[in-house]
Design a protein around this ligand. Sequence first.
Ligand SMILES: *[C@@H]1O[C@H](CO)[C@@H](O)[C@H](O)[C@H]1NC(C)=O
Ligand SMILES: *[C@@H]1O[C@H](CO)[C@@H](O)[C@H](O)[C@H]1NC(C)=O
Ligand SMILES: *[C@@H]1O[C@H](CO)[C@@H](O)[C@H](O)[C@H]1NC(C)=O
Ligand SMILES: *[C@@H]1O[C@H](CO)[C@@H](O)[C@H](O)[C@H]1NC(C)=O
Length: 295
Amino acid sequence: MQHPLKHHLTLTLLALTSLSHFPPASPLTPCRTLCGTTAINYPFSIDDGCGAPQYRSMLNCTGTDLFFMTTSGRYKVQSIDYNKQTMVVYDPAMSTCSILQPHHDFVMTDVESVVIPPSSDTIFALLNCSIDSPVLNRYKNLCFNFSGHSCDELYGGCNAFRVFRSFTNSSPPCCFTGYDTVKYMSMNILDCSHYTSFINVDGLKGIGPADWVYGMKLSYAVPDTGCGRCTRSGGACGYDTETGVMMCLCSTSMNATRECGSNGDIGGAQKLALRTKFHAFALVVGALIYFVIFI
Ligand SMILES: *[C@@H]1O[C@H](CO)[C@@H](O)[C@H](O)[C@H]1NC(C)=O
Ligand SMILES: *[C@@H]1O[C@H](CO)[C@@H](O)[C@H](O)[C@H]1NC(C)=O
Ligand SMILES: *[C@@H]1O[C@H](CO)[C@@H](O)[C@H](O)[C@H]1NC(C)=O
Ligand SMILES: *[C@@H]1O[C@H](CO)[C@@H](O)[C@H](O)[C@H]1NC(C)=O
C-alpha cells in the first residue's frame, strides 16, 4: 500500500539531495572581469592567482585605466581583441608625429617578448640615426621599404620631427623596421636618437604620417590548459600562486583542480563540510515531516 503523501515526500527528499550536488547558482570568484570598460578575460588578469601564470603581473588596473607593465614603462591598454588575440597599447612617453619626447628604449620582460610580442602589424621607425648606425651599414637589410614612405615624409610632414632637419638642413637617416631590431639592439647601439611606432600598417599606402595610428599591436597565444571546462562550470581559470599549477577558482572560499562541482577538488574541505551539513539538514527536515504526517 503506497501512501500518496509518502511518495511525495520521497520525491522532495530526492530533489533536496540532488540539489546539494550542484554548485551555487552564481559563484563569486575572486577574479575581476572588468577594468574601467575593458573586459578582462583569460589569459589575462588584474588579480594575482587569476588568468594564466605566464601573464602574471602584466596588467595593472588603476580603477578606470588599464596598463600593460613592461621593463621600460607602463603602457596604456587601448583595447583587447579576444577573437584576434591582439592587444593595442600606447606608450604615453613615446614620440609621435605630433609630440617629440625624450629619448628612451622599448624593453619588454623576457616572458613578455615570448608570449605577447608586437605583431607584424606594428612598424618601428628609427629616427635621426647617425651615418654610423648599424642599420645603415652592417644590418641595413633590417630596414625595409614601407609602402613607399620615406624619411623625408616623416621629417617634413610631422611637426614633432621637423627639428631633426633644422641642424643640417638635410634629412638625417631613418629606418622602418620590425620589433626584432629594437628587441636585440638598444637605441644607443642603433645610434638613432628617437623611435616611433604605428599600427594597422596594411592600410597606410599613400597616407601621410600625420594620419597614422601610433602605438603597438601585441599578439598573444592562449595556453591550452582546459580553461573552457572550468569556465563552463561557473569558475574562473587561475593558478596556484606558489606552484603556478592551473586551478579552477569556483568561489572566494573554494578552488577545484579542473571544474567547479567535480570530485577531486583541492581546498574542497569546506565544500565537503557544506555538503554533509546540507544532507544532515535534509534528513532532519524529512524526518520531521514524516513524523508530523504519519505518526
Ligand atoms: C584559491 O586560489 C587563489 C589563487 O591562487 C588563492 O588566492 C585562494 O586563497 C585560494 N582559495 C582557497 C580556499 O584555497
Ligand atoms: C599598479 O601600479 C601602482 C602604481 O604604479 C602600484 O603601486 C601597484 O603596486 C601596482 N599593482 C600591481 C598589482 O602591480
Ligand atoms: C639627433 O641626433 C644627434 C646625434 O646623431 C643629436 O646630437 C641630436 O641632439 C639629435 N636631435 C634631437 C632633436 O634630439
Ligand atoms: C620603395 O618602393 C617604392 C614603390 O613602392 C619605390 O618607388 C621606391 O623607390 C622604393 N624606395 C626605396 C628606397 O627602395
